[in-house]
Design a protein around this ligand. Sequence first.
Ligand code: FAD
Length: 496
Amino acid sequence: MAAALRGAGGRFRWRIRAAAAAAAAAAVGGVRGATRRAAGRQNYDLLVIGGGSGGLACAKEAAQLGKKVAVVDYVEPSPRGTRWGLGGTCVNVGCIPKKLMHQAALLGGMVQDAPHYGWALQPVPHDWATMAEAVQNHVKSLNWGHRVQLQDRKVTYFNIKASFVDAHTVCGVSKGGKETLLSAEHIIIATGGRPRYPTHIEGALEYGITSDDLFWLKESPGKTLVVGASYVALECAGFLTGLGLDTTVMIRSIPLRGFDQQMSSLVTEYMASQGTRFLRGCTPSRVQRLPDGQLQVTWEDPSSGKEDTGTFNTVLWAIGRIPETRSLNLEKAGVHTSPTSQKILVDALETTSVPHIYAIGDVAEGRPELTPTAIMAGKLLAQRLCGQSSDVMDYENVPTTVFTPLEYGCVGLSEEEAVARHGEEHVELSQAPQKPGFKYSPRKGRLPLECAQSACRGPGVAPEGTLSGLAGAGKPEASSMTSSCYCSSLQRTGRN
Ligand SMILES: Cc1cc2nc3c(=O)[nH]c(=O)nc-3n(C[C@H](O)[C@H](O)[C@H](O)COP(=O)(O)OP(=O)(O)OC[C@H]3O[C@@H](n4cnc5c(N)ncnc54)[C@H](O)[C@@H]3O)c2cc1C
């Protein structure tokens, strides 16, 4: 493959010479648009668009294997004006700040439990500004760490927003409007996605925020309405409640669609027991700012046909994400997207409709929207492009965790998927509710819930007798539960 890269590079150098001639022509006014304004063109073996989980992993791996690599990353500020540094969603507005705020909320629970274990603690209020500063400083240190790692591995980093000029050329525009032309033999698109705003709800964009803003708020969001039923919605509502904020979740249909619904119920029941309010079957229709600065939300309950209102300090939209493909000019490169999801269509080798252009991570159709899979896909792609391996990413049976107050980890098929795939008569379900002593809380009234939290089940025995799914909910650290789920699943299926 390395030889193939060099061989193709020969053809590619010809293109670069042609491009250089075009750029020279541009200098005397012969070429229009980006080519005329851009200050020369730089050529790489591999160009990665998007410096998030997948893009950085791919770039670093390829550079380590000897390729000349560039990464371009640019954060378009959120509609609220929030912006952040290098590292993508997970580092800046996803897994990392989310997990830290989840941890802050869990600590609050432990502080409440502590006096029952003999710690002479007084009730302590939570200070959002202190937590936010610590979280944001940690994220900034990770941004810096990524820049240093790129430098150490001799990956060239451009803080520019990229779009395709042709199938081998990308034009990047900096914050100040300066254009840079980059060409590469292989181009990897790893531009991820951004939160979706509802377009039909009056005041949604004007007054609402998303997870892109929540983690960067300097002041407490106060009384919050979270709209959505995704894991992002429930995780945010969970830690906001845990931090002592009055939190309501508005769900149109079912929570955690795609996950095991019995386990999802455990999650939401526990959240409700901790103080999160749920408005089910409701859809917001209007957000207005009142003279005192509060937000008045009007919603409809289709089952009763009634309209209702409530006032909040913050409205957080968590209704899904849209892939970052709109501004890439993919049509100029001939890269095809799904007409329904707008995600980039890829094959098992992460190749798009153009053989030398690849897509990994959240922007690629059919991939789990998870950091570890984006990282692994990026590394394996780099290894294949460098002739080091022919391994392809296995997206089957990827374990995942939902970091709600009752953490929920699962792997493989949910009960609903197992039944749909194998038929009810072929699916054997086993459940093992547990009452782990180490999570016993002497605080009055909590014990019954602690029992329910630890319900554990192994749904989905396929006709051949293989275990096809496993899920567990407990408190805390379902991430370790997920690992053990995964291990047992692999052992039971004989793959380990
Ligand atoms: C609130 C939240 C919590 C999450 N929690 C978890 C979790 O616990 N575990 C987990 O595994 N996953 C979690 N995720 C998902 C995870 O963050 C993503 O799956 C992961 O970041 C995807 O990586 P990526 O490389 O595909 O894209 P991203 O990390 O999104 O990176 C894409 C980068 O490309 C940049 N970009 C976009 N367009 C352009 C352009 N035209 N030019 C230049 N740069 C561009 C973007 O600004 C961004 O920096 C969470 C996500 C959210 C929103």
